[in-house]
Design a protein around this ligand. Structure first.
Ligand SMILES: [Zn+2]
Length: 339
């Protein structure tokens, strides 16, 4: 994840860090201070620049321009962090699997980032970057945290003992592909295997369960939104909020699946904090449905783990949203830059 170039500056707390969050559509940039406040933000379409070298050079130009605007000297930039999607080899810092980033596969990302910045640099998977941002914002020190993202797929970023953890092959925290059903009729998963969490609890799994319920109960019991081919988890959450028993049960079931997987994760890592984020949190703390979802996840975790794991694990909603990738990358840059 890191390469150290020793810092010689004593005023470290005054320093700024550049976070670069690369996605298939956009590159997000942020100039962040040691406390985790984002001072300047930028974004640019990824395909226009394309290669890692061009994106890193653009990011450095952005940082220098922002420093000038802030009337800060160039030496105030103390480190650069990069968050990337896909399977990141955490020894070579090369992407082994990545979609939507042509020309990035197999590139020596840390080396290229160091060349472009001449500063302490870090490269991390974007899920782990977001998890690290949540970890830093909660000042969890050497504690462990998992950030689970629920949506079209199910992702998970890990911070173990205070550092982002990618595993030996960049696949740690692939919670969506934990098997929760083992019988012959376990549902097929997008990865080609069967019975994985994602098949049951990601958006597609929830909608499949809705369609089974419609078949079982008859369409007259369901609203036009729920019967539509375009139905989304948001529609199901809205109907649950209006009192639909079936939709509440579907969401409860989702919570139980997610809770089971978190229980397994808890038995392996025993983290202090597990956070739920992404589009499928059913309104989060702002709605009764979201709060009930969280309570059911918590109850399932407690019911499926050893007492000391269940009672000590804080399960909650994530709070940082869109800023998390950039912020985490900058905070990891801070971690590797510390004198
Ligand atoms: Zn799978």
């Amino acid at each position: 994840m890191t390469r150290q170039i020793p810092s010689t500056d004593v005023d470290f707390v005054e320093k700024l860090f550049l976070g670069i969050d690369v996605g298939g559509t956009n590159v997000k940039l942020g100039l962040v201070d040691a406390e985790g406040t984002v001072h300047r933000r930028g974004t640019t379409p990824t395909p226009e620049l394309g290669t890692p070298q061009r994106i890193f050079n653009f990011a450095m130009q952005f940082a220098m321009q922002q420093l000038e605007d802030l009337a800060r000297p160039e030496r105030d930039l103390a480190g650069v962090g990069l968050a990337v999607p896909g399977v990141l080899d955490t020894r070579a810092f090369e992407l082994r699997e990545v979609v939507n980033l042509p020309g990035w596969h197999g590139q020596p990302l840390l080396e290229l980032l160091c060349d472009a910045s001449s500063l302490p640099s870090a490269v991390v998977n974007d899920a782990n970057s977001a998890a690290y941002a949540e970890h830093a914002s909660r000042m969890l020190g050497d504690r462990s945290l998992a950030l689970i993202t629920l949506g079209t797929g199910i992702g998970c970023g890990l911070v173990v003992n205070g550092s982002p953890y990618g595993g030996d092959h960049g696949c740690a925290g692939e919670l969506g592909h934990i098997a929760i059903r083992f019988d012959d009729d376990a549902l097929p998963c997008t990865c080609g295997s069967r019975g994985h969490l994602e098949s049951y609890a990601a958006a597609g799994g929830l909608i499949n369960r809705l369609r089974s319920a419609i078949k079982a109960e008859g369409p007259s019991h369901f609203s036009a939104e729920l019967l539509s081919d375009q139905v989304t988890p948001l529609n199901i959450a809205a109907e649950a909020e209006k009192g639909s028993q079936v939709c509440q049960e579907l969401i409860d079931e989702t919570a139980q699946y997610v809770g089971q997987a978190i229980g397994m994760l808890g038995q392996v890592i025993d983290p202090e904090v597990v956070l739920l984020g992404g589009a499928m949190t059913f309104g989060g703390n702002a709605t009764n449905t979201g709060r009930q979802f969280l309570e059911r996840v918590r109850a399932t975790v407690k019911a499926t783990t050893l007492v000391q794991v269940g009672i000590n694990m804080q399960v909650d909603f994530a709070t940082l949203g869109n800023d998390a990738g950039v912020l985490g990358a900058a905070m990891i840059a801070k971690q590797v830059s510390q004198p």
